[in-house]
Design a protein around this ligand. Structure first.
Ligand SMILES: C[S@@+](CC[C@H](N)C(=O)[O-])C[C@H]1O[C@@H](n2cnc3c(N)ncnc32)[C@H](O)[C@@H]1O
Length: 374
């Protein structure tokens, strides 16, 4: 069984950073046992180097866009050991002992739970994501043919777009930019859609997506899945009005990984590419709006704090696309997450931005919800 002991990482003693004594779970047939600890490995892991060019650019942009909130976000981004991973449970796998293990380790459920048995066709299936108040880690599970993984580690902020999509039983859903598949999996944790089309344009990431789905989704449900390898910009024209819900988790300037660009030249290249992203994002969002049926909902999300890729994209599309309205995120959702997520202070009508904050899920995650009226 797990040892629930927490330990401090040397070299990070100035902040209350705690890392779980990394336990290797050997999970077979739902049994979890500790076979070793990895404290030494954690300590010896090379620290990532921050790219000064990218940091300078972020400092200028985000202090202007986020004001005081940039200071906290910056501290978290500059310290990867403080990124808190959520543990999304896979309802299709055998979870015997796992919830107890997590609770022994001090994890708690992100969302208030109702009993899965009390779910009906109309009530959503409660998504079970465990989080910890400290930045602790448990290892990822490896792939074993014929065995379903029990959990998926993720930025818990990335559940916000999925919860905002609010998929109902039997709905036809398109995940336009799906790889590696975290949000597709999360959708399947909340409902059984009639169709879940997971699309990814990049060959390597498409293969990764297939593998993820194979590791988490039981064979009995795979007929509900369609995995496509298309440019998302063309799907709206190919399948107009075909879906009830579309998720556009757009390619974006990933604030976390860009900060750790290995060399300055690469950092400069990325910053140049950054200026091209809003065009692609607008095209993907327009394609999603064409693909959803009248009355259907599109959720647009990114993992950047950049206004140009968030609010400005949504505003530009709203200005150019007829018959679309903006929906605010449901207040009860925001309320139930506000203990764990730090929302940016800007006016939320064009979306919500989760910004990184110590002691909370790391973010960033921007989410906006739109409905096609006709
Ligand atoms: C932010 S990632 C998606 C993460 C994924 N939703 C998840 O939760 O695991 C964005 C993805 O969009 C893909 N992408 C980029 N351009 C695209 C396009 N034109 N059509 C479809 N997908 C695209 C990228 O290759 C990348 O895998």
């Amino acid at each position: 069984m797990f040892s629930a002991k927490l330990c401090c990482i040397k070299g990070f003693s100035s902040s209350p950073l705690l890392l779980l004594k990394r336990a290797l779970l050997s999970l077979s047939h739902g049994q979890c046992t500790v076979t070793n600890t990895f404290e030494a490995q954690c300590k010896s892991k090379p620290q990532k180097q921050v790219c000064k060019t990218v940091l300078k650019h972020f400092d200028a942009q985000y202090s202007e866009e986020l004001g005081e909130q940039w200071r906290n976000a910056r501290d978290v981004l500059l310290n990867p050991l403080s990124w808190q991973y959520g543990v999304l449970l896979n309802r299709f796998s055998d979870l015997t002992n796992l919830k107890q293990c997590l609770s022994d380790l001090g994890y708690m459920n992100l969302l208030p739970q109702t009993h899965p048995e009390s779910c009906s066709q109309t009530t959503p299936i409660p998504l079970q994501c465990f989080i910890h108040r400290d930045p602790v880690r448990i290892p990822t599970q490896s792939h074993h043919p014929g065995w379903l993984k029990q959990y998926y580690l993720l930025n818990a902020g990335s559940l916000l777009p999925v919860l905002s999509l609010n998929v109902k039983e039997g709905e036809r859903v398109l995940d336009l930019c799906a790889a590696p598949g975290g949000k597709s999996l999360a959708v399947l944790q909340t409902a059984t859609p009639g169709l879940l089309q997971c699309n990814e344009v990049d060959q390597h990431r498409h293969d990764w997506l297939l593998k993820t789905l194979e590791s988490y989704v039981p064979p009995s449900l795979r007929h509900l899945l369609s995995v496509t390898h298309l440019d998302g910009r063309s799907i709206g024209k190919m399948r107009p009005g075909a879906y009830d819900k579309v998720l556009v988790d757009a390619p974006c300037s990933n604030d976390r990984s860009w900060l750790y660009t290995p060399d300055t030249h690469q950092g400069e290249m990325w910053l140049k590419e950054r200026t091209q992203l809003p065009l692609l994002q607008k095209e993907l969002l327009c394609s999603a709006l064409a693909a959803v049926r009248p009355g259907g909902v599109v959720v647009y999300s990114t993992c950047t704090m950049s206004r140009a890729e968030n609010q400005s994209v949504v505003e530009a599309v709203l200005a150019s696309y007829q018959g679309v309205e903006l929906l605010e995120l449901e207040p009860h959702l925001i309320d139930s997450l506000s203990d764990h997520f730090c929302f940016a202070h800007f006016h939320p009508s064009v979306g919500q931005l989760v910004i990184p904050q110590k002691g909370q899920t790391w973010g960033p995650m921007y989410v906006s919800r739109l409905r096609r009226i006709y």
